[in-house]
Design a binder for this molecule. Structure first.
Ligand code: NAD
Length: 490
């Protein structure tokens, strides 16, 4: 089913860079169009940055490391961070509309997840930074050691388009809490909320040069210029695994510290003893929320054979009820994919599934009545095995495969047969099995009988080619700070 029709109240904005406390165009005035994925219309223009704008931003950030930001007390800094969170909430409606215009995601989702979570990232890290200490130790009667935590320096933040403000603030809040200055390079497809965030930071009292935003593309553009800049101390990157490999090579020239949150091909393992209605409710979300464009989506569903047919029948029936269409219609459950290029990529995988002998049990097409916009029906594929590319490669759309299994050992082996290792979900009411299986799945984040539940104190990140390092709680501060050990002879 599809929905069309409603118009948002907030108007899209043209996006300038934010450098040293000022909104500025590109040095050569270059811009690129920002396209609304739900209508294919131009929303506005975006300043296109490159090495010159990155250099200006990095120099501003370097200078700001020695300015009023450094002399602020911890309490003053915490107050500014809390104020950023408050201002995000005050501007929640506007930010949610801009996020949905940029991404094509349903407005209710921006309002209930993306924007409140962005605010919470600031409130959380403002509070959390007060609780962390460092270690001290005595070496016999000879010396005492204690460690001090200092900012890493100028940090480059490079982000994807799927959860633009949520993921940007997930990095920005701890980076600022640890006393760093930053240059952010938002995804070229979703520049609007990052631009408003810069204004919010300024209004909250962030000194000039501490937070900078440079728009632009990745390769041979603002992204690569940021990675290569010799005065940047670290890069925190969320995006595709292939991009991560390119960034790692480029960053090696100046030996930058790296934090990586990369792609996933996450297993959703359903044992026959689980509560099937609960499983299906959550599996609808873990498969299709945000058009399946969430790195944590469980795109490989494995169901124990005894429950396989019942699961499939119910899952297909419930998926049919999901309304696809206008992100601004309140009943819409699945909006538009991010871009024409991504739409082509996802639909090519569906074609590939057919060629690989799979059955498209549901979806796989543009919904009827939606001629414009990158809309795709939620798609359920069966009859593919682990040799198939649709089972091995990240599709990052509303597309899942469903496969039966017979034994615990077999499903663990299949779940781990991937170079990804981001997250996994396990459904069972058998306590011992839950622990046993969770301990053997190669993933950084494992949920048992739930999905997407996040406590921001816990480590977040991927194993294998899904990431390097962890974010969340003290783990974020490990990346965003330098520890120095001071040894005093007694
Ligand atoms: P992407 O890798 O194409 O782009 C991400 C960012 O990197 C963009 O800002 C882009 O401009 C920039 N970039 C691209 N090439 C670059 C280069 N050579 N140098 C510097 N910067 C460069 O990813 P995407 O398509 O925007 O996002 C989707 C991907 O992100 C998926 O793989 C998804 O799984 C992953 N992701 C992971 C997490 C996580 O927490 N693990 C969260 C969200 C998304």
């Amino acid at each position: 089913m599809s929905t069309t029709g409603l118009q948002p109240k907030t108007k899209a904005i043209d996006c300038l860079h934010f450098i040293n406390g000022q909104f500025v165009p590109s040095v050569n005035g270059r811009v690129f169009p920002n396209i609304n994925p739900a209508t294919e219309e131009v929303l506005g223009t975006v300043a296109e940055g490159g090495p010159e704008e990155i250099d200006l931003a990095v120099q501003a950030a370097r200078k700001a490391l020695r300015g009023p930001w450094r002399s602020m007390t911890a309490n003053e800094r915490v107050a500014v961070l809390r104020r950023i969170g408050d201002l995000i909430l005050e501007r929640q409606e506007e930010l949610a509309i801009l996020e949905s215009l940029d991404t094509g995601k349903p407005l209710w989702l921006s309002k209930s997840v993306d924007i409140p979570r962005a605010a919470y990232n600031f409130h959380f890290f403002a509070d959390y930074v007060r609780t962390i200490g460092t270690e001290a130790s005595q070496s016999d009667d000879v010396a005492i050691n204690y460690a001090i935590r200092r900012p890493l320096g100028v940090v480059g933040l490079i982000n994807p388009w799927n959860l633009p403000l949520l993921l940007l603030t997930w990095k920005l809040a701890p980076a600022l809490a640890a006393g760093n200055t930053v240059v952010m390079k938002p995804a070229e497809l979703t520049p609007m909320t990052a631009t408003v965030l810069a204004e919010i930071c300024r209004d909250a009292g962030i000194p000039d040069g501490v937070v900078n935003v440079v728009h632009g593309f990745g390769p041979d553009s603002a992204g690569s210029a940021l990675v290569e800049h010799p005065d940047v101390n670290g890069i925190t990157f969320t995006g595709e695994t292939t991009t991560g490999k390119i960034i790692m090579q480029a960053a090696a020239k100046t030996l930058k510290r790296l934090s990586y949150e990369l792609g996933g091909k996450n297993p959703n393992i359903i044992f026959a003893d689980s509560d099937l209605d609960e499983v299906i409710d959550t599996t609808l979300k873990s498969s299709f929320v945000n058009q399946g464009e969430v790195c944590l989506c469980g795109s490989r569903i494995y169901v124990e054979r005894a429950a396989y047919q019942e699961f499939l029948d119910k899952f297909v029936a419930k998926t049919k009820e999901l309304l696809v269409g206008d992100p601004f219609h309140e009943k819409t459950k699945v909006g538009a994919l991010i871009s024409e290029e991504h739409y082509q990529r996802v639909t090519q995988y569906i074609e590939l599934a057919r060629q690989e002998g799979g059955t498209i049990l549901l979806g796989g097409r543009r919904p009827e009545g939606l001629e414009k916009g990158y809309y795709l029906e939620p798609t359920i594929i069966t009859g593919v095995d682990r040799s198939c590319r649709v089972v091995r490669e990240e599709i990052f759309g509303p597309v899942v495969t469903v496969t039966p299994f017979d034994t615990e050992e077999e499903v663990i082996e299949q779940a781990n047969d991937t170079h990804y290792g981001l997250s996994a979900t396990i459904w069972t009411n058998d306590l011992r099995r839950a622990h046993r299986v969770a301990g053997q799945i190669e993933a950084g984040i494992i949920w048992v009988n739930t999905w997407f539940f996040r406590d921001l104190r816990t480590p977040f990140g991927g194993m294998k080619q899904s990431g390097i390092g962890r974010e969340g709680g003290v783990h974020s501060f490990e990346f965003y700070s330098e520890l120095t050990n001071i040894c005093i002879k007694l």
